[in-house]
Design a protein around this ligand. Structure first.
Ligand code: G3P
Length: 214
Protein backbone atom coordinates (compact mmCIF):
# COMPACT_ATOMS: atom_id res chain seq x y z
CA UNK A 1 0.00 0.00 0.00
CA UNK A 2 1.26 3.46 -0.85
CA UNK A 3 1.39 6.09 1.87
CA UNK A 4 0.84 9.77 1.10
CA UNK A 5 0.99 12.58 3.62
CA UNK A 6 -2.06 14.82 3.89
CA UNK A 7 -0.51 18.22 4.57
CA UNK A 8 1.01 21.30 2.94
CA UNK A 9 3.47 21.80 5.80
CA UNK A 10 7.01 21.64 4.41
CA UNK A 11 8.62 20.67 7.70
CA UNK A 12 6.23 17.72 8.14
CA UNK A 13 6.78 16.65 4.52
CA UNK A 14 10.60 16.85 4.86
CA UNK A 15 10.46 14.82 8.09
CA UNK A 16 8.18 12.12 6.64
CA UNK A 17 10.31 12.01 3.49
CA UNK A 18 13.41 11.40 5.64
CA UNK A 19 11.72 8.27 7.07
CA UNK A 20 11.82 6.72 3.59
CA UNK A 21 8.19 5.60 3.49
CA UNK A 22 6.55 8.49 1.67
CA UNK A 23 5.00 7.88 -1.76
CA UNK A 24 3.16 11.16 -2.34
CA UNK A 25 1.39 14.22 -0.89
CA UNK A 26 -2.16 15.52 -0.91
CA UNK A 27 -3.04 19.14 -0.25
CA UNK A 28 -6.29 21.05 -0.32
CA UNK A 29 -7.27 24.73 0.13
CA UNK A 30 -7.76 24.24 3.89
CA UNK A 31 -4.32 22.67 4.34
CA UNK A 32 -2.68 25.44 2.27
CA UNK A 33 -4.52 28.12 4.28
CA UNK A 34 -2.61 26.96 7.38
CA UNK A 35 0.78 27.70 5.79
CA UNK A 36 2.68 30.97 5.25
CA UNK A 37 3.86 31.90 1.75
CA UNK A 38 2.56 31.86 -1.82
CA UNK A 39 0.74 28.61 -2.54
CA UNK A 40 2.60 28.10 -5.84
CA UNK A 41 5.98 28.35 -4.10
CA UNK A 42 4.80 25.88 -1.45
CA UNK A 43 3.58 23.39 -4.08
CA UNK A 44 6.80 23.76 -6.06
CA UNK A 45 8.88 23.02 -2.97
CA UNK A 46 6.69 20.01 -2.07
CA UNK A 47 7.20 18.63 -5.60
CA UNK A 48 10.97 19.10 -5.20
CA UNK A 49 11.03 17.21 -1.87
CA UNK A 50 8.82 14.29 -2.93
CA UNK A 51 9.15 12.32 -6.17
CA UNK A 52 5.62 10.89 -6.14
CA UNK A 53 2.26 12.48 -6.97
CA UNK A 54 1.45 15.81 -5.28
CA UNK A 55 -2.24 16.76 -5.35
CA UNK A 56 -3.18 20.44 -5.75
CA UNK A 57 -6.85 21.41 -5.82
CA UNK A 58 -8.74 23.69 -8.19
CA UNK A 59 -11.25 26.13 -6.69
CA UNK A 60 -13.35 26.92 -9.76
CA UNK A 61 -16.76 25.27 -10.04
CA UNK A 62 -17.20 25.53 -13.80
CA UNK A 63 -15.55 22.89 -16.03
CA UNK A 64 -13.81 25.32 -18.41
CA UNK A 65 -12.37 27.34 -15.56
CA UNK A 66 -11.35 24.15 -13.70
CA UNK A 67 -9.45 23.07 -16.82
CA UNK A 68 -7.71 26.48 -17.11
CA UNK A 69 -6.74 26.37 -13.44
CA UNK A 70 -5.56 22.78 -13.77
CA UNK A 71 -3.35 23.58 -16.77
CA UNK A 72 -1.68 26.38 -14.77
CA UNK A 73 -1.20 24.16 -11.70
CA UNK A 74 0.20 21.36 -13.87
CA UNK A 75 2.98 23.72 -15.02
CA UNK A 76 4.34 23.86 -11.45
CA UNK A 77 5.99 20.43 -11.73
CA UNK A 78 5.74 17.11 -13.55
CA UNK A 79 4.42 15.32 -10.46
CA UNK A 80 1.46 17.64 -9.84
CA UNK A 81 -1.93 15.88 -9.79
CA UNK A 82 -5.05 18.03 -10.06
CA UNK A 83 -7.69 17.60 -7.39
CA UNK A 84 -11.13 18.08 -8.89
CA UNK A 85 -14.31 18.11 -6.78
CA UNK A 86 -16.89 15.40 -7.52
CA UNK A 87 -19.54 17.33 -9.46
CA UNK A 88 -20.95 17.12 -12.99
CA UNK A 89 -18.69 20.04 -13.97
CA UNK A 90 -15.84 18.19 -12.30
CA UNK A 91 -16.52 15.09 -14.39
CA UNK A 92 -16.39 17.16 -17.59
CA UNK A 93 -13.08 18.68 -16.51
CA UNK A 94 -11.64 15.25 -15.62
CA UNK A 95 -12.49 13.93 -19.09
CA UNK A 96 -10.74 16.88 -20.79
CA UNK A 97 -7.69 16.81 -18.51
CA UNK A 98 -7.32 13.04 -18.86
CA UNK A 99 -7.30 13.42 -22.66
CA UNK A 100 -4.53 16.02 -22.27
CA UNK A 101 -2.47 13.63 -20.14
CA UNK A 102 -2.97 15.66 -16.93
CA UNK A 103 -3.48 13.42 -13.90
CA UNK A 104 -6.51 14.02 -11.68
CA UNK A 105 -7.59 13.14 -8.16
CA UNK A 106 -11.37 13.28 -7.76
CA UNK A 107 -12.03 14.63 -4.29
CA UNK A 108 -14.94 14.92 -1.86
CA UNK A 109 -16.21 11.45 -2.79
CA UNK A 110 -18.86 10.13 -0.41
CA UNK A 111 -20.71 7.46 -2.41
CA UNK A 112 -19.87 4.41 -4.55
CA UNK A 113 -21.71 5.89 -7.54
CA UNK A 114 -19.61 9.05 -7.39
CA UNK A 115 -16.51 6.83 -7.43
CA UNK A 116 -17.89 4.82 -10.38
CA UNK A 117 -18.52 7.98 -12.40
CA UNK A 118 -15.11 9.44 -11.59
CA UNK A 119 -13.44 6.23 -12.83
CA UNK A 120 -15.56 6.26 -16.00
CA UNK A 121 -14.43 9.85 -16.66
CA UNK A 122 -10.86 8.54 -16.47
CA UNK A 123 -9.67 9.96 -13.16
CA UNK A 124 -6.22 8.78 -12.05
CA UNK A 125 -7.13 8.77 -8.35
CA UNK A 126 -10.35 8.87 -6.37
CA UNK A 127 -10.51 10.14 -2.78
CA UNK A 128 -13.26 8.80 -0.50
CA UNK A 129 -13.32 10.83 2.75
CA UNK A 130 -13.76 8.20 5.47
CA UNK A 131 -13.40 10.41 8.57
CA UNK A 132 -16.06 12.85 7.47
CA UNK A 133 -18.48 9.95 6.93
CA UNK A 134 -17.64 8.51 10.34
CA UNK A 135 -18.32 12.00 11.76
CA UNK A 136 -21.94 11.75 10.62
CA UNK A 137 -22.26 8.14 11.82
CA UNK A 138 -21.87 6.41 8.46
CA UNK A 139 -19.15 3.77 8.25
CA UNK A 140 -16.58 5.49 6.02
CA UNK A 141 -14.70 2.25 5.43
CA UNK A 142 -17.84 0.58 4.00
CA UNK A 143 -17.56 3.05 1.14
CA UNK A 144 -13.92 2.09 0.51
CA UNK A 145 -14.86 -1.58 0.50
CA UNK A 146 -17.56 -0.94 -2.11
CA UNK A 147 -15.26 1.12 -4.34
CA UNK A 148 -12.55 -1.57 -4.20
CA UNK A 149 -15.12 -4.20 -5.27
CA UNK A 150 -16.67 -2.06 -8.03
CA UNK A 151 -13.29 -1.13 -9.53
CA UNK A 152 -12.25 -4.77 -9.33
CA UNK A 153 -15.48 -5.96 -10.99
CA UNK A 154 -14.88 -3.78 -14.04
CA UNK A 155 -11.10 -3.53 -14.13
CA UNK A 156 -10.91 0.24 -13.59
CA UNK A 157 -7.32 1.41 -13.21
CA UNK A 158 -8.22 4.38 -11.00
CA UNK A 159 -6.32 4.19 -7.72
CA UNK A 160 -8.20 4.66 -4.46
CA UNK A 161 -6.75 7.20 -2.01
CA UNK A 162 -8.37 6.72 1.39
CA UNK A 163 -8.62 10.31 2.66
CA UNK A 164 -9.86 12.10 5.78
CA UNK A 165 -7.99 9.58 7.91
CA UNK A 166 -8.23 10.23 11.62
CA UNK A 167 -6.69 7.18 13.32
CA UNK A 168 -4.12 4.41 12.63
CA UNK A 169 -7.03 1.92 12.62
CA UNK A 170 -8.38 3.57 9.47
CA UNK A 171 -5.11 2.56 7.79
CA UNK A 172 -5.29 -1.02 9.09
CA UNK A 173 -8.83 -1.32 7.72
CA UNK A 174 -7.90 0.26 4.37
CA UNK A 175 -4.94 -2.10 3.99
CA UNK A 176 -7.11 -5.14 4.80
CA UNK A 177 -9.66 -4.07 2.23
CA UNK A 178 -6.90 -3.57 -0.36
CA UNK A 179 -7.16 0.18 -1.01
CA UNK A 180 -4.18 1.36 -3.04
CA UNK A 181 -3.23 4.42 -1.00
CA UNK A 182 -3.85 6.09 2.35
CA UNK A 183 -3.23 9.79 2.71
CA UNK A 184 -2.32 10.32 6.32
CA UNK A 185 -2.00 13.42 8.54
CA UNK A 186 1.47 13.79 10.11
CA UNK A 187 0.23 13.07 13.66
CA UNK A 188 -1.32 9.77 12.54
CA UNK A 189 1.84 8.82 10.61
CA UNK A 190 3.82 9.19 13.85
CA UNK A 191 1.30 7.02 15.70
CA UNK A 192 1.68 4.24 13.08
CA UNK A 193 5.21 3.50 14.25
CA UNK A 194 4.55 3.58 17.99
CA UNK A 195 3.97 0.52 20.14
CA UNK A 196 4.47 0.48 23.92
CA UNK A 197 5.86 -3.08 23.82
CA UNK A 198 8.55 -1.90 21.37
CA UNK A 199 9.60 0.88 23.79
CA UNK A 200 9.57 -1.50 26.78
CA UNK A 201 11.53 -4.06 24.75
CA UNK A 202 14.22 -1.55 23.76
CA UNK A 203 14.61 -0.37 27.34
CA UNK A 204 15.01 -3.94 28.60
CA UNK A 205 17.60 -4.80 25.92
CA UNK A 206 19.60 -1.66 26.78
CA UNK A 207 19.50 -2.46 30.52
CA UNK A 208 20.58 -6.07 29.93
CA UNK A 209 23.34 -4.92 27.55
CA UNK A 210 24.95 -3.14 30.53
CA UNK A 211 25.33 -6.53 32.22
CA UNK A 212 27.07 -8.12 29.24
CA UNK A 213 30.85 -8.48 29.67
CA UNK A 214 32.64 -6.30 27.14
O1 G3P B 1 -7.13 15.74 1.76
C1 G3P B 1 -8.46 15.76 2.10
C2 G3P B 1 -8.85 15.05 3.35
O2 G3P B 1 -7.94 14.14 3.78
C3 G3P B 1 -9.49 15.92 4.39
O3 G3P B 1 -9.46 15.41 5.69
O4 G3P B 1 -9.70 15.62 8.13
O5 G3P B 1 -10.35 17.54 6.65
O6 G3P B 1 -11.74 15.49 6.73
P1 G3P B 1 -10.37 16.06 6.87
Amino acid sequence: MKIFIDTANLEQIRTAQSWGILDGVTTNPTLLSREKGNFRDILKEICRIVDGPVSAEVVSLNADRMVEEARELAKIADNIVIKIPMTLEGLKAIKILTAEGIKTNTTLVFSPLQALLAAKAGTTFVSPFVGRLDDIHHFGMDLVEQIVRIYDNYGFETEIIVASIRTPLHIVEAANIGAHICTVPFAVLEKMVKHPLTDIGIQKFLEDWKKVEK
